[in-house]
Design a protein around this ligand. Structure first.
Ligand code: ADE
Length: 246
């Protein structure tokens, strides 16, 4: 899968993308990162990429020209149609479902905004998807682009070496992850839950499933409405006092 990142901080993005699991996956040919420096595409003699906002107000706005030309360069390399994501806090919040869906694309372009925003005309022209990573405001789109690329990449076949680990985890089936333990069995008076030492895989699975539901109920109860629970599980964990007007 190919990622094209349009940014005014290319060195930062290169470092983030070429480290750790993503870096290894790129070396092994499963991912392909292209970081385009928006400044390189500026036709201004000082390579300017921002200007004062029409109508006044604080801060600067990224100009349309260099963003559009960087986008065009990426699009030409990709060839066919491509989803172009603009990272902004003024958008729907990214979820694991989105990560899985985007992982099916052959290529994506991500546009990192800065200052007080980007000239709306170029956004109207190139952006297909607007995405926020949460209800808080960052100084720029780069951390958000990295979050998206990381979450999407690990859903691309081949990127995680243990092929199943992308599936059996937090938020799969809409539940948070169950707790994990490793050696030693006894650490500072704390024992590993006995059931994990039993060797009974069915029991271990059932225990983990219960833990995942309990954790979700405790910290993110709103997720349970959408979670894939059996009728039995719903009765066990979601039992509310019976309603009288039924
Ligand atoms: N740019 C600034 N804040 C952001 C956020 N929360 N998500 C995505 N892009 C952003």
């Amino acid at each position: 899968m190919k990622f094209y990142v349009l940014t005014i901080f290319p060195e930062l993005m290169e470092t983030l993308l070429r480290s750790s699991i993503l870096g290894r996956a790129e070396k092994n040919g499963f991912l392909d990162f292209h970081v385009l420096n928006i400044r390189d595409y500026s036709t201004d003699r000082h390579k300017k990429t921002d200007d004062y906002p029409y109508g006044g107000g604080a801060g600067m706005v990224m100009t349309a020209q260099p963003v559009y030309d960087a986008y065009e360069a990426a699009r030409k390399e990709i060839g066919g149609p491509v989803r172009t994501i603009y990272l902004t806090p003024a958008a729907k919040v990214f979820t694991q479902k989105d990560a899985k869906a985007y992982a099916k694309e052959e290529a994506l372009i991500l546009l990192c905004g800065h200052y007080e925003g980007v000239d709306q005309r170029v956004l109207d022209e190139i952006v297909t998807d607007e995405i926020s990573i949460g209800d808080y405001v960052l100084t720029g789109g780069e951390p958000a682009a990295w979050v998206l690329i990381d979450a999407i990449s690990r859903m691309v076949p081949g990127v995680l070496t243990n092929e199943t680990s992308g599936e059996q985890e937090s938020l799969e089936g809409g539940l948070l992850e169950y707790p994990q333990y490793t050696r030693p069995e006894l650490w500072r008076d704390h024992r590993v839950p006995e059931i994990l030492l039993s060797g009974d895989h069915a029991k271990v699975d059932a225990w983990r499933r219960d833990q995942a539901i309990l954790k979700t109920k405790a910290v993110r109860p709103e997720l349970l409405a959408e979670a894939e629970l059996t009728t039995k599980e719903r009765a066990r964990f979601l039992s509310e006092p019976p309603s009288h007007d039924a």
